[in-house]
Design a protein around this ligand. Structure first.
Ligand code: EPU
Length: 419
């Protein structure tokens, strides 16, 4: 078991390159199940979640080859197994993304129900309801989803609430269904659009991705993919917030400002100076951090995956701010760890009142989920009075590639040690 040790107080300076997006890479890899042959996906980040999906797909018959240019070649000629077991699914909920492609390719799938997780109940009822509308016989037995269909039918589907992996799953099922599918109240996240781009390159007929309504005309055949996934907007946002917290002056390369407008707007209100070009940002942290309220929303609103990091910034702002979480019901678990670092936060339902103070104090803390880990690292970078230790960093390795190396290259005093 490792921990991350930080001696805070350094201003971040220099340039950092953002990795490919975890949440775009996972559906892209799953989509390779749709048709056999060698697929090639570029900009794959080295993350634990990526290893997990490879392990599951290897057990189904896929083969993987990592190339020196950070691309991943995937062969799915032989998919002889249709089950994702509890042991693997419990470590990564996104395994549910295998459901749509397996049904489309094999007409059957058996996937462990993901269950709840640290940030909320996170049901998958909308995935199941949509597949039922497409003619799939769905049975929930002994903690598993058992799905079977003779012939997938296009359908008119309404998502009660926009769901990112739900929209992706149903898109992957619909591309080879018989007839037209109309998906209403879809998630508009850039990762959904990226998956649609990849599926179109494979020969799928999809329109409307990035809007509420996606229309898909099923095709009989697809061809293997060659696709570069988008940069990770959450990683980019995490570095932007780090610069804002440390009076930093950094350039962020390989990122998409159009995926981060809500975050740019809030960080400018905080007092950060931000300039951006097509694929890069520069961001200078302010001398005094203004307090700013946020409410998390589906894209293009402020992302829930940056809520914990933004809250950490507000811990050292002048004045009080309200952070409202509308996507996940339990996504304030980082609060008690931030309190151990001197933060003054009161939770009331899905709102947190953060009273800013001059400094956070170094302390040993424990990560509880992926984005909470990032928020504790930011707190450690800003704490000026000594050594912060972040424990249970396996959460961090699920979704941030070489985070401490990237922070060290920007001048932070941060390292990984045996716990
Ligand atoms: N929901 C339902 N029923 C469903 C599906 C979702 O009620 O069948 C609800 C959820 O409980 C939640 C809301 O709908 O309240 C939105 O959840 P969504 O389905 O969009 O979340 P997800 O697809 O499971 C993805 C990301 C998350 C990110 C959310 C929201 C991936 C692999 N995961 O999850 O990423 O927080 O969208 O943007 O794409 C992370 O990277 O740290 C992470 C948690």
């Amino acid at each position: 078991m490792k921990k991350i040790v930080i001696e805070g107080g350094n201003s971040l300076k220099g340039s950092v390159r953002i990795s490919g997006a975890k949440n775009a890479a996972l559906p892209a890899i799953a989509a390779c199940i749709l048709t056999g042959g060698w697929h090639r996906i570029h900009q794959i980040p080295a993350l634990r979640d990526i290893m997990t999906i490879q392990t599951i797909m290897s057990s189904m018959g896929s083969t993987f080859q990592e190339n020196s240019d950070k691309s991943l070649s995937i062969n799915t000629d032989n998919i002889f197994e249709h089950e994702a077991s509890y042991d693997l699914v419990k470590t990564m909920r996104a395994s549910i993304l295998l459901l749509g492609p397996l049904i489309a390719r094999l007409g059957r799938a058996r996937i462990s129900l993901p269950g709840g997780c640290a940030i909320g109940a996170r049901p998958v009822n909308l995935h199941l309801k949509a597949l039922t509308a497409m003619g799939v016989d769905m049975r929930l037995e002994h903690g598993y989803i058992n799905a079977e269909v003779k012939s997938l039918k296009g359908a008119n589907i309404f998502f009660d609430t926009p769901t990112v992996t739900g929209t992706e799953n149903i898109m992957m099922a619909a591309v080879m269904a018989d007839g037209r599918s109309v998906l209403n109240n879809c998630a508009k996240e850039p990762e959904v659009v990226d998956l649609a781009d990849m599926l179109r390159k494979m020969g799928a007929e999809i329109e409307g991705d990035g809007t509420d309504t996606i229309i898909i005309d099923g095709v009989k055949e697809l061809k293997p993919a060659d696709h570069a996934i988008i940069p990770d907007r959450i990683e980019a946002g995490t570095f932007m917030i780090a610069s804002a917290m440390t009076q930093g002056d950094i350039t962020i390369q390989n990122c998409r400002p159009d995926h981060l407008y809500a975050v740019i707007e809030k960080l400018r209100a905080v007092g950060a100076e931000i300039e951006y070009g097509e694929n890069k940002f520069s961001i200078k942290g302010p001398g005094t951090i203004n307090s700013v309220d946020i409410t998390t929303m589906p894209f293009p609103g402020f992302p829930t995956d940056l809520q914990a990091q933004f809250m950490t910034l507000m811990c050292i702002a002048q004045g009080s701010s309200i952070i409202e979480e509308t996507i996940f019901e339990n996504r304030f678990i980082h609060v008690s760890e931030l309190e151990r670092m001197g933060a003054d936060i009161t939770i009331n339902g899905n709102q947190a009142l953060v009273r800013g103070r001059a400094n956070l104090l170094a302390a040993p803390v424990m990560a509880t989920d992926l984005r909470a880990s990032a928020s504790l690292i930011l707190a450690g970078l800003a704490a000026v009075d000594g050594r912060t230790e972040v424990h249970r960093i396996y959460h961090l390795d699920r979704g941030y590639e070489a985070l401490e190396e990237k922070f060290r290259a920007l001048g932070a005093n941060i390292r990984r040690e045996e716990a």
